[in-house]
Ligand binder design. Sequence first.
Ligand code: G3D
Ligand code: MG
Length: 278
Amino acid sequence: METKEIKRKIVLLGDGAVGKTSLINNYVHNTFDEKYLRTIGVRISQKMVRFRQRERQISLNFGIWDLYGQKEDSAVRLSAFAGINGVIMVADMTRMGTLKSLVEYWYPLLKGRTGSTGEVPIIIFGNKSDLKDQMELQLKDLEKVFKPFGFSCFLSSAKTGLNVQNGFTELGLQLLVSKGYDPRSLRHISHFDERIHMKDISKKIIQDFIFLAMVDDVDELSPFIKTCLKKADVDLLNATIPGLIKLIELLRIEEEKSLGKFMAQNNADNRISWVNAT
Ligand code: G3D
Ligand code: MG
């Protein structure tokens, strides 16, 4: 089947502790991670979402940007975000002020920054909806504010996973629509369908490396990748676990030069988890 790959950058915005990092962790790793990384300003995760359009597959490669720190620092970081294609704004349903803040702070800030890319699709998460007895907000409060702008609103929980996948998938769909796709022709291929087989993992690792390298000309990377495959003794169609672990380590060493120790280790851990999941 023909596959078309599309890369899109998205960012999660909202006040501190609304659950942005936890939502990403839930979406990307499918666990509720209590320990997350606070030492660097931005973390980029990635996730592939697949859609089927008649006889072809569309792979949407999300680069998901997570900001750390206080509102004020985040505003500075946001200025570096030209080229963002989509946004998830997050409110905490147990704190009324976090909705007010989306309206009065985050949304106006965003409006001034995405000029180069025009209007970007935005969806809203009303997070921590598992904390039923602490809720200060209802879905209809979000809708009252954001429906007029045409933004879809979801009650979410990074703890139970409620609507996390649905929200990201909806944003993915809107990103494709904004590129001219007809939404009626697209069908989301669920996570269950996309379980990876062993022989696909080496490819997935390489794709991940290429994606995060963010180079314009992928061919530039191929001599390096060939060398790594050879050193690790990995055959793309028939890889062994020790071979893959060696490959991951070689890529980590290379990424450390451009992304730094912290990110490179983060990427390596991610890739090792794919190997372990087989
Ligand atoms: P942020 O990235 O927006 O700053 P975090 O928010 O993801 O760091 O989450 C802040 C706190 O809220 C964390 O608690 C996290 O565990 C919790 N949290 C995030 N999402 C949910 C959710 O959907 N439900 C519940 N019950 N808690 C959530 P701690 O105590 O670890 O700081
Ligand atoms: Mg965070």
